[in-house]
Design a protein around this ligand. Structure first.
Ligand SMILES: [Fe+2]
Length: 194
């Protein structure tokens, strides 16, 4: 993980990254603009990595929790035919696809309570990345019958590792308890740089 963390730390130290450290003080578009250099640097770094062929159990793995609370880094492994709930993170986030193709649907609403409507759908093959930032960060991801997807997710300050917010059966935002994080040691050696 060290090369990835080095890139994140380098990018967050830049003055232009200030909206990423205090996202509540900036409009969402400014936060996402501040994410661009970080996303580009991580995309370029990940393009140089070698990913082992081994399949890994689906789930969420915590790769790194910043001691200063500025970000956390998670591996997400999605099974074929996975479709997640429509959710928001309450902070900025971006994902990087390493294996398989991840589909993302973005939703928007005129009021915080909805109704939420599908705004955009996109396809993210290996090597691609996408970002979200409040207040319009409602989205879901899916594999849509493709093979297992492995992706790296970077989330900003205030991300709650235990509880999330998703639309309930009535299409209303509601908190839920996240599933347990899996042991990241299961992914040891999966990513390497020569
Ligand atoms: Fe998400």
């Amino acid at each position: 993980m060290t090369p990835i963390l080095d890139v994140i730390e380098h990018e967050l130290a830049r003055p232009a990254a200030r909206p990423l450290l205090q996202p509540e003080r900036y409009p969402g578009p400014e936060v996402m603009a501040a994410l661009h250099p970080l996303m580009l640097a991580l995309t370029e770094l990940l393009a140089t990595a070698r990913l082992a062929d081994a399949e890994v159990p689906y789930g969420r793995y915590l790769a790194h929790l910043d001691p200063a609370g500025r970000y956390n880094l998670q591996w997400d492994v999605f099974s074929p035919h996975y479709t997640g709930g429509i959710h928001a993170h309450g902070t900025w986030g971006c994902f990087f696809v390493l294996r398989g193709t991840l589909h993302a649907d973005d939703f928007a609403a005129d009021t915080p309570a909805g109704p939420f409507e599908l705004l955009r759908t996109s396809v993210h093959p290996p090597g691609s990345a996408a970002a979200f930032a409040p207040p319009q960060d409602w989205h879901r991801v899916a594999t849509r019958g493709g093979p297992q997807v492995m992706s790296l997710h970077l989330y900003g300050p205030g991300f709650d590792l235990d509880r999330g917010v998703a639309l309930d059966g009535m299409g209303q935002p509601a908190t839920y308890t996240r599933g347990p994080l899996k042991d990241v040691s299961a992914l040891r050696g999966l990513l390497s740089w020569s």
